[in-house]
Design a binder for this molecule. Sequence first.
Ligand SMILES: Cc1cc2nc3c(=O)[nH]c(=O)nc-3n(C[C@H](O)[C@H](O)[C@H](O)COP(=O)(O)OP(=O)(O)OC[C@H]3O[C@@H](n4cnc5c(N)ncnc54)[C@H](O)[C@@H]3O)c2cc1C
Length: 494
Amino acid sequence: MKKLSRRVALLGVGGAVGWGLSGLLRPDLPTYAGTNRLVGPSGENILDDASGLSATPIHKHLHVSDSDQALVERIRSELAEARVAKRPLNVGAARHSMGAQAIPRKGTAITFENAGIEIDSANQSFRAHAGARWLDVITTLDPKGWSPKVMQSNNDFGLAATYSVNAHGWPVPYGPMGSTVRSVRMVLPSGELVTCSPTQNVDLFNLGMGGYGLIGVVIDMEVEMVKNSRLTPTFELMDASDFTVNYKKAIEDSAVKMAYGRLNVERESFFQKALLITYRETNDQEKLPVAGGSGWMAHAASRLYRAQLGNETFKSFRWWNETRVGPTLGGGEVTRNSLINEPVITLDDRNPDRTDILHEYFVGLDAFGSFLEASREVIPASYQEFLNVTLRYVAQDDQSVLSYARVPRVAAVMSFSQELTHRGEADQARMTRELIDRIVEIGGTYYLPYRPHATIDQLKKAYPRVEEFARAKRQLDPELVLCNNFWDQYLGQL
Ligand SMILES: Cc1cc2nc3c(=O)[nH]c(=O)nc-3n(C[C@H](O)[C@H](O)[C@H](O)COP(=O)(O)OP(=O)(O)OC[C@H]3O[C@@H](n4cnc5c(N)ncnc54)[C@H](O)[C@@H]3O)c2cc1C
């Protein structure tokens, strides 16, 4: 019961699929004969990501769970082999990025599996294998009373992958996860093993953070943790235009440990109302319960979420449920670890004809009004079904070269349901570009792990240091051994 409100609210940060427009226009892109339906190729030497439509030919796919020196040697040997064969190599974890950002075309794809996590309580940190998933981390930290400081809202993702996209979460008042990394050990394209941190090999550390696996292969890392705690939620319903004033107050309130917002999504009154949910520590912090997984309430919420599809009445019903019923039923106590110990599968739509597409935009707090206006003008006019938006806070990030938070930002995580057809994809690509134009115009940024619909010009505007990043990459990796679609489609064109 206690988890209902938060899980209802975060549903919609779900999986996403679709081809990029460039793929869409390719004559080799298959369709079901006589239909408009999008289908990706499949087969032994084809690798896809969570999108189900990033299918890319590869040379081989290895699952690797070696650690320490054995892992370093393995990576050196695979890099040497790839270099001789002039093939790219790329490492991934859960492959939930949605534009083949973890897939090397015709190359060596390596999936890291967890091979160990050690807690260092005295230093309030843990050292973990690069392939550890957040579920592994929570399972290790929770019994000892610790919790990840910053991670995504789901527990499936890899640790090094999280550093490599520089993901953010909803504990406040933190910046992206990279700001909680004490050090990483990575094998550079040359085979050299380096330790990088905010004080050692700083340039490499900042390139690798949000560097999409193009700088080095992360072997293991030391990451900060905080005490797990028992929290109680508060729900505040307001006009969307008042959201940032109240959100700012919540972020500045040191008693608030986690916070997020939601907006209503009915087409007629799109983004007019907001719900702010904040969590504070309770007085009783003794005997915290074990971090749970998805309960039946989360699954029930998932059904309600899906019922919104093409149904404006259900969208209103869900909003009423979240803003009126949720606070009553879901207003109880819950631990920090339970709130973040949620698998993506709970959100799965199991509909072969449609797919969820994620978008994410970052705007300054003072630009939130313009963001609402742009969203109202662009989104309801599209052909897409908009299911959910979650608002988060991201503190300024001056470390990552490809930073998406050059000032403190509100992050808007959007979930669309897209028809798996060429017309659905074309509309999605058109709408994404329109939205990016509007967001960039107001000083905002879009997030890079999702569908690769942005133009190169939009990338350059949203990430002013992207050319510097590409130059550094070419210097470090002149033979372009560490590559994936993010390089092929974007950075390699600069
Ligand atoms: C349902 C859902 C919810 C999400 N919620 C959030 C959220 O709350 N906040 C947020 O910020 N993002 C969120 N995301 C985006 C998510 O953080 C990224 O898609 C992330 O990449 C997922 O991790 P992964 O293990 O699937 O990474 P992968 O897709 O496997 O890899 C991502 C990148 O990391 C690189 N990489 C992986 N391992 C290594 C390594 N060992 N060394 C070097 N590079 C490596 C890869 O090359 C690739 O470029 C969400 C995505 C989904 C689908």
